[in-house]
Design a protein around this ligand. Sequence first.
Ligand code: ZN
Length: 392
Amino acid sequence: MSLPPLVEPADELTVDEVRRYSRHLIIPDVGMAGQKRLKNAKVLCVGAGGLGSPALMYLAAAGVGTLGVVDFDVVDESNLQRQIIHGQSDVGRLKAESAAASVREINPLVNVVIHNVALTTDNVLDIFAAYDLIVDGTDNFATRYMVNDAAVLLGKPYIWGSIYRFDGQASVFWAEYGPCYRCLYPEPPPPGMVPSCAEGGVLGVLCASIGSVQVNEAIKVLTGIGEPLVGRLMIYDALEMKYRDVKVRKDPECPLCGKNPTITELIDYEAFCGTISDEAQQAATGSTITAQELKDMQDRGDDIFLVDVREQNEYEIVNIPGAVLIPKGEFLRGTALELLPQDKKIILHCKSGARSAEALAVVKNAGFSDAVHVGGGVLSWIKTVDPSLPTY
Ligand code: ZN
């Protein structure tokens, strides 16, 4: 299915622009008309992280006239393995500003708009309204559903990508011509079921593989060439080195883009996706200690049994002295319980406090009523107790 171009062409290209974009101009399918459309295009990239980095760089180089960057985060050393729009000297700098500086260096003809804000239901519609096309580089389900809903409500196409370890996916969601993200994934996964890249890792170069597919599709949609990934899900396996695509149909019952939509405005996405399960939330209430409190207990010589519920790889990167590694899966399978002493206070921790809250629910259900977990996990330990340790 080929689609009409999304953007009208700009009046003309300057001499500088003709020189810069000559390798595009001599491709018959792009040509002068296509490059003028790119010049007139306004593209917003949500997130200047793993996917946003290559996406912004290639969108800039391609000559997209206006590029927006939404990000409120700052550059961390652990970002540099894949977020190639940022460099060593950008550590500690706002990602949106660092990304904008790189875009200007790649192509000073691009008008960069910095949105140094967290995307929320209060601002997403206003921000999206100023753009023709959205490129989604977010890494969490709440924002992903919000991006989808805002794009559908505004009638805008958006280009979605997702990455994890060696696996990537991408699609173009455009309710006018095909399905939306909710047609593909009507429900978010249960909280804690799908690990994030921060928990499970991601091969750095995978970001380039998927980010460049997103830019490829953006250029096609903006200029109306080729067969866009509308109604198709592209699946990439970097270990097998295989790309395949599967058809995704518009769901006539989709609550957002179907025949009788029930979602006609933005909803509470945190509540919709949940951050941790109800059981974990309940278990953690009143049973959460700080990293400093754990340190005080250790210094006093309290009779505690500290369990790290992360995975072996994570434990090897950094661990809290005295912690015994028993991964969360062993708690969910029940095999961890026999390893816990009955006569000591059980203290669980993970990376940031979500997985340990889930394990805590299992431990408390098994009768360890005074068990607790460390809020903020090992990251909080590094921040407040021992900043000399590496973070990840
Ligand atoms: Zn839909």
